[in-house]
Design a protein around this ligand. Sequence first.
Ligand code: F6P
Length: 545
Amino acid sequence: MLNTQIYNDLKEHYKKISKLTLLDLFNNDSHRALKYTLEANGLKFDFSKNNINDETIALLTKLASESGLTREVEAMFSGSKINNTENRAVLHTALRSKGKTILVDGINVVDEIQSVLLQMQDFSIKIHNGSHTGFSGKKITDIVNIGIGGSDLGPVLVCQALKPYRKNNLNIHFISSVDGYQTLDTLSVLNPETTLFVIASKTFTTQETMTNAMTARKWFLDNAVNNLDTIQYHFVASSTNTEAVSAFGISPDNMFPFWDFVGGRYSLWSSIGLSIILYIGYDNFCELLNGARDMDKHFVETSDLKQNMPVMLALISLWYINFYDYTTQVISPYNTRLTRLPAYIQQLEMESNGKSVDKNGNLLGYKTCPVIWGDSGINGQHAYYQLLHQGTSIYPMDIILALSDKFSDKTHNQILQSNAIAQAQAFMIGKTSEQAKSELIASGESLERSEFLSKHKEFRGNRPTNMILLPEISPYYLGNLIALYEHKTFVQGIIWNIDSFDQWGVELGKQLAKGILNDIVLENVSSTDSSTTSMIKECITANKN
Ligand code: F6P
């Protein structure tokens, strides 16, 4: 990207356009909202409240084209090994594709994917109709997903978002942290006779997941009949690691495989989605896949990049990171059922694009992924939005709003809608100190106090937001929304020329934790620096109490 003509053109363009405010841009173009709103599969993306104009879009889309985007999209969808540090294909899109052959190492992965889908369908039907029961013949009432990272965040997001679609009033629980409190607290409300554990782990070696799985297994045996044969009724696994799954005691019949061409943070569409299927049913899961597939289609087939929703979402965010030097991106879902979306997108983008070397290992001369953060937008308004409105930096925000919710209430929904729209408007228009002063005087404040307070009541505005509207939070639209962000992440990775599909940055901490655990357990401190040594000693002392 650096040292290219287009990059320099963008830098020059930035110098000009950064002098214009969002209000200037709206005043210059009465069709702005219409021009800068895209629609795909029912989703609307209004990006008009950004510091961009037609020239910005032309230059940014040129940057995307010149990065070889079309070639890279084709390479990913057709199964080329684009994850070059791990020598793996990247085929989460194949998990929701229909029909077409995709070969990886000479094997048609679409056939394998379809066969696992059938296996999951069959199993979910048995759970729902009661032909698969617990060891004592009672129907399963509670599903516990034990997994972390991508083996947790996707299922958590989808199950929370689609709770109104749940089957048989099944309860779902998620255990991710190795903090034993979470595990023990969850287990304390469960009946071993009616609980099914889904051990979700791509590698089946992740320390947190395996520790929790062993604790659940022990709890089950201790609280049921202490007979290893009963495990088969209560433990299933979603994994790529057959050997480790059988070593745990789960039979191959109860293993739902997936493949190394599915990255953890892209895996909810694979057998990692088993807990989703059990919770909302296979048909609804298929709708989720359908939604994602339709977004894939839009992404691949919309060759005019200005009309391509994931591409535009990616480019606008990149514009702020690389040219405005804004370092964070807020994700603000307004509907409570989407509260876990920021955490999901956080892993998706930060684990994919939080890199500082290019595909060949050369140090990059530009920034990559911003800090992705956020929470329920409506709650945020009463907490951290203060900083976003009046803080010293600028924090671009994606506001996500499902327009209607048949499971909610019209009055509540209208209030929710008005707040989402008002915030975007407030971020853009702001309020001058003069306006604030007039309002204060009109409300009866003295001139002196009005002058003083108006400085504190000034909103400088000109703060960008994207608005993403969904007709409702249904499986189909949720599938679209998640795939939209997946492709956004991919597009940015292409332009930054990084491998978005490895995650070596998580390894060092894991490696060091092993040695430190050894030190803590054996009470034998071997660390090299005084701070680490002192903290290990604190733990050893605490553990004696
Ligand atoms: O440590 C990071 C990570 O490997 C993520 O990429 C992944 O989603 C998570 O851990 C869980 O891994 P696994 O599914 O193999 O347990």
